[in-house]
Design a protein around this ligand. Structure first.
Ligand SMILES: [Fe+2]
Length: 305
């Protein structure tokens, strides 16, 4: 029924346990500032050697480059322009509206319908979708599949990985349907609904929403340009305890925050070594969001070799 084989399981194990790009685990275990310094400097020096990372993560912020939203209605070739890439590098966020052809959007909606009805088509899902239990009050169902089902989305993802990582990287593709049945406002959850960073090394995610996302649908919030790895950024990691907005040095980040409400058929990219969070549900509501991530296939070896 589900499209998983032993080889995929083994690869996932090796990628997750042995080769994963460092996150904040080492820093959580080592509070000594000199140990942290050595660790952070080692990995950041490796990252600096990549030309594409220089542009996206180590260059200075240009306050005049602030257009984040682009409408691709007339863009029939699905090419991401240099102007859009510059905007992403500068702001850490890029929003592309009217991105996919209707046929592909409908196919994505069909996948979400399967999640909601728990009625799965053979060979569409890598394993049986489940609730990863990240949230206390919100029901989530997460299904993983292959990018091969979505041609244009794959083409866009390839352009982004080539540009940011310097090579095409296959994404893990996760459909996540969130459903809040409680009419009360959701309480905040660490690592998700507090502003936090995913890691101190270059990192990014692609999100696609087939439907409109409003403030009621727990949209992502992102602190503009907080992904730039500079002295302020490194100093924060040397001293942080919680790696979120509750750390004292978070107050040194003064940039604007943006809540990402989007029309239907929008793709957005966020450089998530910068500060971000899912905003909380204010009452009942739901959200269908597709996530493309690369941490499984762009890993330690890409930094070390
Ligand atoms: Fe995150």
């Amino acid at each position: 029924m589900f499209d998983t084989n032993i080889f995929q399981k083994l690869r996932k194990f090796i990628n997750n346990r042995l080769l994963k790009t460092p996150g904040v685990d080492f820093l959580k275990k080592n509070k000594d500032i000199n140990d942290r310094k050595k660790h952070i400097n080692f990995w950041i020096n490796k990252a600096k050697k990549k030309k594409s990372f220089q542009k996206y993560f180590f260059s200075r912020i240009d306050n005049d480059n602030c257009q984040i939203n682009f409408n691709l209605e007339d863009n029939q070739n699905f090419l991401i322009s240099q102007e859009m890439f510059h905007s992403l590098s500068n702001n850490g966020l890029l929003i592309l509206e009217n991105i996919l052809p209707e046929k592909e959007r409908y196919l994505i909606i069909e996948f979400f319908e399967e999640l909601k009805s728990r009625n799965y088509t053979k060979n569409r899902w890598l394993k049986e979708p489940n609730n990863p239990n990240f949230f206390d009050q919100v029901d989530e169902i997460l299904g993983e599949t292959k990018i091969k089902h979505f041609k244009k989305l794959n083409y866009l993802s390839n352009q982004l990985t080539k540009e940011i990582y310097g090579k095409v990287v296959e994404p893990t593709v996760q459909f996540r349907f969130l459903n809040q049945l409680d009419s009360q406002e959701e309480k905040q959850v660490k690592g998700a609904t507090y502003l936090h960073t995913d890691r101190f090394l270059p990192h990014f995610k692609i999100y696609y929403s087939p439907f409109e996302i409003t403030v009621k649908d727990a949209p992502l919030e992102y602190m503009i340009s907080s992904h730039k790895i500079n002295d302020n950024f490194i100093n924060y990691y040397l001293n942080a305890r919680n790696f979120d907005e509750t750390d004292r040095l978070f107050n040194n980040f003064k940039q604007k925050k943006k809540i990402i409400c989007v029309p239907q058929n929008t793709l957005y990219v966020a450089l998530t070594n910068g500060f971000h969070r899912r905003t909380v549900f204010k009452g009942t509501g739901s959200r269908s969001l597709l996530f493309l991530q690369f941490v499984q296939r762009f890993n330690k070896l890409d930094y070390l070799l």
